[in-house]
Design a protein. Structure first.
Length: 366
């Protein structure tokens, strides 16, 4: 059984809330704690945390993704700020597939740090996460053991608010469903306020206000139909629909701010989403590797060694902080019918197989 007591319960704020003032306060708080390249990102963060208090209204809800190019860019601080403002937060630095779909049944805002370490290349985990973006597809079916020892079919809902932070990009299918907030290291002249140790606890009054705001405005929001303009892609428009509905009841100013933030983050999605799969990236990089091979075969170990030495290699930190491994290379190359062979305990690939697979892509190589 899942212990519901791990999630916070709050008393309502005693008075009605001015939503515009509350949103302004949260946006300023974000800007005071996080280095952002554009203040519009703070408005996007604000609307996302407000949306977590109204999850029952949304058919589609974007994931939140703090994307960092390297360490010490503030991703964990960003998640702490998120944690202090969302509804029923539950933070983890790792999560199995089975735990993920079970824990979502208690309707937390699930906050996942270090996703590059443990989640990036877990295809089954990513599939469950992606399915939880849309209420219609947000379920997992499993066989569960009953008290009498018999097994029966059980289904688990996976829809709910989810926030991620990682160094480097996750799978493009996850980013496509996310509100992307890019982070970078602060420069010498940039100043932010450090988070006190009791930061999350100190923000409980804000969470009570957010709860009251949601209760007072749920009915009005449920009847709003917002025609979202499509700036770059339909998925971004779907992601922003809940946030723009909230902005529309805050004020005319906030609606304009939201549209500007939407346009900004939509461009971020277009810039960050790379639809070229890892398998094709690997094949293209192997076109450079095999130029250095004066043999008919290349061992798996030598292939890995040469891949991670390429300029701007994505394979060096393919698993977050560790290189791509032989099992992953085998899986990716299988898509091109490039088989791994074994002899005397050593694994290797035929150069001719790699060249054959490269032929259809010659025009795309630099």
């Amino acid at each position: 059984m899942i212990d519901y007591s791990i999630l916070e319960t709050l008393d309502d704020w005693p008075a009605s809330i001015n939503g515009e003032e509350l949103a302004n306060e949260i946006s300023q708080e974000v800007l005071s704690k996080i280095v952002l390249s554009d203040a519009r990102y703070a408005d996007a963060v604000t609307l996302w945390v407000m949306s977590t208090w109204l999850m029952e209204l949304w058919q589609i809800h974007p994931f939140f993704y703090a994307l960092s190019p390297t360490k010490r860019c503030g991703k964990t601080t960003m998640l702490s700020v998120i944690k202090a403002h969302v509804k029923r937060e539950l933070t983890t630095s790792t999560c199995s597939e089975a735990a993920l779909f079970r824990v979502m049944s208690i309707e937390p805002t699930l906050i996942m740090d270090e996703f590059d370490r443990w989640g990036k290349n877990n295809e089954h985990l990513n599939g469950i996460i992606n399915g939880g973006h849309n209420r219609e597809t947000a379920r997992v079916i499993r066989m569960e053991k009953e008290k009498g020892g018999q097994f029966d079919i059980a289904w688990f809902p996976t829809f709910g608010a989810k926030a991620f932070a990682s160094i480097g990009k996750p799978l493009s299918t996850l980013l496509d469903r996310s509100l992307i907030i890019p982070l970078s290291r602060k420069l010498i002249h940039q100043k932010v306020e450090p988070l006190p140790l009791n930061y999350v606890q100190s923000k409980q009054p804000i969470r009570r206000k957010l709860q009251r705001f949601a209760a007072d405005n749920k009915e009005a929001l449920s009847s709003i139909i917002y025609n979202v303009p499509v700036f770059d892609n339909d998925r971004a428009a779907q992601n922003w629909e809940p946030l723009l509905r909230i902005a529309s009841i805050l004020s005319a100013d906030w609606e304009q701010r939201a549209l500007q933030a939407y346009q900004l983050t939509s461009k971020e999605e277009e810039n960050d989403l790379d639809d070229e799969p890892d398998s094709l990236k690997l094949l293209k990089d192997l076109s450079y590797v095999i130029l250095e091979i004066n043999d008919e075969v290349i061992s798996s170990s030598k292939m890995i060694s040469m891949l991670i030495q390429l300029d701007d290699s994505t394979w060096r930190n393919f698993n977050g902080r560790t290189p791509i491994d032989g099992r992953q290379i085998k899986r990716l190359l299988n898509e091109f019918k490039i088989s791994r062979h074994r002899k005397s305990g050593n694994s290797f690939y035929q150069i001719s197989d790699i060249k054959r697979a490269l032929e259809p892509y010659r025009d795309t190589l630099k």
